[in-house]
Design a protein around this ligand. Structure first.
Ligand code: ZN
Length: 124
């Protein structure tokens, strides 16, 4: 599928190879690729909506959902304990991606449930 084919963000070459992986705080492991044509190193999230995101997608989704449902700027900042600039920035970035964000957040929570599910104590 063309959408999933990785390309070098610099020269658009598809001759890229796996370089290394590193853990992120909220988004699992991230992969670094190297372009074999221009030797550019780039993260798999380069030029995607995930680039430079540090907060969990599920939180971002909750915030945007609350804002969509009419929660004010100050109330949002207070409720989610984040700065106004942070979520106003998300809003400009994610308004068109709302549905994708929702699905992504569901998947992330689902995976989290599976992982944490192993640690749930047996019922009394
Ligand atoms: Zn390249």
């Amino acid at each position: 599928m063309e959408l999933l084919k990785k390309k070098c963000p610099k020269c658009k070459s598809q001759k890229i190879r796996f370089q290394r992986q590193y853990p992120t705080k909220n988004h699992g492991t991230r992969t670094i690729y190297k372009c074999e044509d221009c030797f550019n190193n780039f993260s798999e999230t380069k030029n995607t909506f995930l680039q430079n995101l540090k907060k969990p997608i599920s939180l971002i989704w909750q915030v945007i959902k609350a804002r969509t449902e009419g929660m004010g700027v100050n109330a949002t900042a207070r409720t989610f304990n984040i700065s106004k600039n942070t979520f106003l920035d998300w809003e400009t970035k994610f308004t068109n991606l709302f549905k994708i964000l929702f699905i992504y957040s569901l998947v992330q929570q689902f995976l989290k449930l599976i992982i944490e599910g192993d640690e749930v104590p047996p019922p009394l």
